[in-house]
Every structure is written in structure tokens, then in C-alpha cells.
Write a protein that binds this ligand. Sequence first.
Ligand code: JFZ
Length: 438
Amino acid sequence: MYCKQFILTIILSAFCGLLLNAQPYDKSVHTDPEIIRGFMDKRFGMFIHWGPVSLRGTEIGWSRGREVSKEDYDNLYKEFNPVLFDANDWVKAAKDAGMKYLTITARHHDGFSLWPSKFTEYDIAATPYKKDIVGALAKACKKADIEFCIYYSVLDWYHPDYPIHSAADQTIDPKADMDRYIMFMKNQLKELITRYDPYMLWFDGDWEKPWTNEMGRDIYAYLKELKPDLIVNNRLSNVGGGKRRTDDSMVGDYDTPEQKVGKLDMNVPWESCFTLSSQWAWKPNDNIKSLDQCLDILSKTSGGNGNLLLNVGPMPDGRIEARQVTRLQEIGQWLKNNGDAVYNTFGGPYEPTDHYASTRKGNKIYLHVLNTDTATIELKKIPGRKIQSAAVLGGKQVNIIERDEHLLVQLPSSGQSGLNYIIELTLDGDAESIPVIR
Ligand code: JFZ
């Protein structure tokens, strides 16, 4: 009798388990909206792509088996000795830029671990440098009140258990074993979380055949058990064609447009990642975006209600190039004067154009003027609101002419630096609840 009941319970729970698996993704394990809000309030972070590949100056992961032979690439770690690396310098560069978080490639597609990992020999401990780079950055970030985040690639072209061994050749290796590989991933992820307590994990490389949505969901649930408030990006699902889910079935907490500004969206959080140069990893004499370009991207991302993750690729000796550091300082200088229009704001209500972007907070709308050559900006009137005053942020009043359904904002003719500037519109009511104006 007792035994029968026992068997029945087992059969029943197995059946329920099956049913549960068939259900759409359990949203209860998603990150608390307040935590996500806190992340989105930060608006600006530093992406860092780095590893032994910087010795060759080619692209991280992707150049393996292309510009650099596999043999050469996989042995670069034996020469990797960034003696001038100082985590505090990098964190200071981020801080000076006005960045609020930092995301380091702890393990990119090439499989090299930038921290001493118990689960691989292919790591920083095996280099002449030996010291823990991820650990040093985690510590420096905590000290400087910068949120520390970790990039981790789902695909690993180096690992024998991951079935694809290079970008160029997508043949499936029959000797590989995804179950074992996922165990390895989980071990490393647990190691990273318990040792460095990251604020966020930035996954990548979810588009190849071996990866499935189910694997992504399993990893996400595993992480949330280890750290319930951990923020996770959405590159954990595989819907094919490089597309990613942003609907309710999204695996992860926020969307990740790459090298392009996300669309204005008041519901799904997103973060656009951009290279400051052309390559993610360091390349000698790579070109670098102008200050104008950087500020346009920053205004448009915040104006779209998204974050900007701006990438630097440090040199093989451990330093960030001086001209990159200078550009970051210039952005930080601009943010010192205009940060009220970026941090802790919402995007909109106006959809960004090539001439302007807008952000809002309380009863203010911050109009980011991108094209400083125009004399006026024409905006649609704001339904249900009147503008009480308008002025350059921290400066002179500006005139607004009402014409039919439009507002003509008269821009100041001179006195601006030629860079983007902000016009602060004070409304007679709340700006945050205004529906998006397209
Ligand atoms: C990915 C990485 O591959 C890249 O190295 C970098 O880390 C970036 C932030 O994220 O970017 C991609 C993703 C997919 C393709 C190319 C670049 N693709 O499918 O060609």
C-alpha cells in the first residue's frame, strides 16, 4: 500500500515536471524590476575586450584560424605579460568618463579565462603574468563604486567538449559532449559569481547550432539560484539568424543591440554596445570615434530609453591607449555639465532623430540638440501639457514659438562649443507619463 502510493507520487511528479517544462518561461525567476531600473538609471558603462590576442592586434576570437593560425593563437598566452596593467587606472578611466559600470571579457569565444580558474589550464595563471586580472578589476570597481560586470561567451571554439572548433568551420565534432561542456560552464560561472560577486553577466555567442533555448533557460535559472539579484543580458537564447527574443519569452533581462542604437522602447530595457575604435580588441593605429560621434550615440541611447556600453580594447602591455583615455575624459567633461539629462532619466517622449533626442524626469523634458548647425527645432506639441519655461541647461532662456500643432524651439545662435547641448523644458505637469510622440 505504502509502496503503491510512493510509486504513484513519483509518476505524478514526473508528469508535472513534464508539464512544467512545456510551459512558457517562468517569469517569476526574472530579475526584480527595481534592480533593472537601477541598472537602467546608470545609462553608461565601459566594455572591455581583452586577452592574449592583443599581442597580435587582431580581433578577439574571430581572427583565430583566419588572420592568426589556430596554432599561433592558442599559444599566445605563453607570451601574455601585461606588466603595466593597473586595474585602478582602468577604473579611473571609466569613472572619469562618467561611466557607472564596467564589463570585462572574462572568457571570449577563444576560450581563454582571464582569471585563474580551477576548471581549465588555459587561463591567466598559465601566463608569465600569472596574476588575477578579473579579481583585480572586481576589487578596483568596488573601491570606486563602479558596478563590476562579467562577459562570458556561451560558445568556446577552444574547448574540446564544445562541438564547433572555429568560426570558419562549423562542422560538428562527434567527440564533443554538450552535457559535459555545460557542467564546465556552470562550474566556471559559479566560480565567477562566488569569487567576484558580479552585478551583471553579459553572455554572448548563443547563435551557433549546439546552443538551444532550453540550455539558456537552464543556465539562467541556475544563476538566479546562486544570486537572485544578478542581472543577465539576453544572449542566452537561440532563435536562429542572430535574432534575439525581446518578448515575454526572452531569456535574460534586457536586449543587446550591437553597433547600433536601440529603438525607443518604454517597456523592454536595452543596452547598445559600441566600439570606440573599429575593432573590439586592440589594433595598432585603429581609428577612433570623434567626441561628436560619441556624444550623439550617448544622447540617442538615453533618448531611446536605453544604456550605452562603450568598448575599449587595452594594449598587450596592459594600458589603455592615451587617445582612448583622452576621449573618455572628454565625454566625462561633457557629462559633468549635462549629466542631469542622461543619468536617472527616461527616454522620450520624442523619438530620437538625427537632429535631436529627448529624455525626461519629473516635470522636465531634456531636449538634446545633436545638430548644432540648425537655428530651430520643430517638435509636435505635447498633448495635455504646457511649457512653463525653456532654457539651455545651466544657461540662458530660449524662445519657443507655437505654430498650429507644433513648437518651434529657437536655438541659441552662438556661445555653444559646437558639441551637443541640452535645452531644459519645464512643463506644467508630469513628463514621465506622456505617451511616446513619433
Ligand atoms: C559579438 C562578439 O562576437 C564580438 O566579438 C563582440 O564580443 C560583440 C560584443 O559581440 O558580436 C557578434 C555577434 C555575432 C556576429 C558577429 C559579431 N555574427 O554572427 O556574425
